[in-house]
Design a protein around this ligand. Structure first.
Ligand SMILES: Nc1ncnc2c1ncn2[C@@H]1O[C@H](COP(=O)(O)OP(=O)(O)OP(=O)(O)O)[C@@H](O)[C@H]1O
Ligand SMILES: [Mg+2]
Length: 467
């Protein structure tokens, strides 16, 4: 039966568990993951111990990259009903992906005791294999290979170069990525607020470049990875560009969707070419927007090929393939919880930094920046910023744009310049809807319930939940 037919049937008998199971599976197969999840949850409300539904929810959460959430949910089920073999088995799989191998083995063992039919060669292999790989993690280019993808599947770094050479393609054109050379000059001064983030970035790349010998004495090199996360419009992309201007480096911006939209196997080569480009043009800022796409591209990740792409990315970041000297890798995401925790190990994106909505002083700063070069009266920045609670940087810009449009219209009528006033700005602010609150609705749940290693403490602090 197809999905619309099943949906109709479910509407007619909403408590029919076998029917709901069919529907859930059809949805999951069609990658309608949110609806699949909701369906399995409905089943669990009707039949809390339904093993198929538990499995279904876990699969969906895994496909969404929400490993932590999956673990939390299944642990809850386990508490309620400690003798369900499927629950132990699911947890074994989840802990395996999360690389908590001892926990994974313990859970697997218990699952098999409860139900020997659950024995899985695949999982056993992964548990054994990952264990030996962990030992070798430092010397191997591929630190983890949970999906079972063979190391040999990774592209030989030279392969792409050869191909490109023979076809004589301009790599930038071939890659269709944004490349700005050093002439582009947005500086930190054009980014309002974000002071501690600016200092972190300087510490990672600017100071080590300026004081190479001193940093070398401490075994520190310029470069590394920083992952920025936060609500939309709060300056993640802007500060990444400005970093390149500030340190006088090249800026290479990659939307990961561009990489993922390739044929399988091509993506790795493309990713490698991008990193090579950044190394060649160092000092450079290599910016990956929407890094969560790596985890969220469900179709790819269902296969081991997706895993291989992640491994390629991590190996490039690690500097195992080639040194990333003077290359600062910045990543930005609205949904860091979709990312595999392997991204956040030391040496990779080893700093996860929250880019919050601007506080009042930052809002003044941003206002000042966006009012620059416009005809204004003397603006009471505190008053204007005070009218912009919960505004993102983009919202502030939108309010200024609205006020400007009104002023221009008036100026045309009057035939002379009408300077922007504090009042014009505050009334434009009233017409602008702050856009950051919606993000916190979902962020809050992750921060509360999936806050491994305290990654999202900053979100809780921002919300006043944690001091
Ligand atoms: N701190 C800031 N200072 C000055 N302008 C800002 C600031 N933050 C945001 N803006 C304005 O908002 C616009 C959008 O910001 P930006 O693209 O950097 O947001 P983002 O955090 O990357 O959002 P998204 O998550 O949607 O990608 C910027 O181009 C700029 O005009
Ligand atoms: Mg952005």
């Amino acid at each position: 039966m197809d999905i619309p037919t099943l949906r109709q049937a479910v509407e007619a008998s909403p408590d029919n568990v076998p029917l709901l199971l069919l529907y859930g599976k059809a949805l999951a197969d069609a990658f309608e993951l949110d609806e699949a999840k909701a369906t399995y949850e409905r089943i669990l409300k009707l039949d809390a111990d339904n093993a198929v539904a538990i499995r279904g929810v876990v699969n969906v959460l895994q496909q969404l990259g929400k490993y932590s959430e999956a673990i939390i949910r299944v642990e809850h089920i386990k508490e309620r009903n400690p003798n369900l073999a499927q629950v132990w088995f699911s947890l074994a799989e989840l802990y395996c992906v999360d690389e908590q191998l001892q926990l994974a083995r313990d859970h697997y063992q218990r699952a098999c005791e409860l139900d020997p039919a659950l024995r899985s060669e695949r999982l056993e292999r992964q548990l054994g294999q990952s264990a030996t790989e962990q030992k070798d993690a430092k010397t191997e280019a591929i630190p983890t290979d949970v999906g079972g993808a063979a190391a040999g599947a990774m592209r030989d770094p030279n392969e792409w170069d050869d191909k490109r050479g023979s076809e004589g393609m301009d790599p930038l054109e071939a890659l269709k990525i944004e490349f700005l050379d050093k002439r582009e000059k947005i500086r930190f001064s054009e980014v309002g607020g974000m002071e501690s983030l600016k200092e972190t970035i300087r510490m990672k790349i600017l100071y080590p470049m300026q004081n190479a010998e001193l940093f070398a004495a401490y075994g520190k090199k310029a470069g590394g990875g920083v992952l920025l996360y936060g609500p939309p419009g709060c300056g993640k992309t802007l500060i990444s560009r400005a970093t390149a201007g500030e340190i006088d480096a090249n800026f290479i911006s990659v939307g990961l969707h561009q990489v993922l939209n390739m044929w399988l196997g091509e993506s790795e080569a493309k990713l490698h070419a991008i990193f090579e480009l950044a190394r060649k043009y160092a000092p450079s800022v290599l910016f990956f927007d929407e890094v969560d796409a790596l985890a969220a591209d469900r179709k790819d990740l269902r296969t081991s090929a997706g895993r291989t792409l992640i491994n390629q990315f991590l190996a490039e970041l690690d500097g195992n393939i080639a040194e990333n000297k003077d290359v600062l890798v910045l990543g930005a995401t609205n949904a860091p919880w979709h990312l595999d925790s392997a991204f956040l190990r030391p040496g990779r994106f080893d700093q996860l930094i929250f880019a919050p909505p601007p506080d009042e002083p930052a809002r003044r700063d941003i206002l000042d920046i966006h009012l620059k070069n416009k005809p204004t009266e003397k603006i009471d920045l505190s008053k204007a910023a005070g009218a912009m609670k919960n505004f993102s940087g983009a919202d502030i810009k939108a309010a200024v744009d609205t006020a400007t449009e009104t002023a221009v219209a008036e100026a045309m009528k009057k035939g002379k310049l009408v300077p922007l006033s504090t009042k014009a700005i505050t009334s434009a602010a009233k017409k602008t809807k702050p856009s950051t609150m919606k993000w916190f609705d979902s962020a809050k749940n992750y921060a509360l319930y999936a806050n491994q290693s305290g990654f999202y403490d900053d979100v809780l602090t921002y919300l006043g939940i944690k001091k």
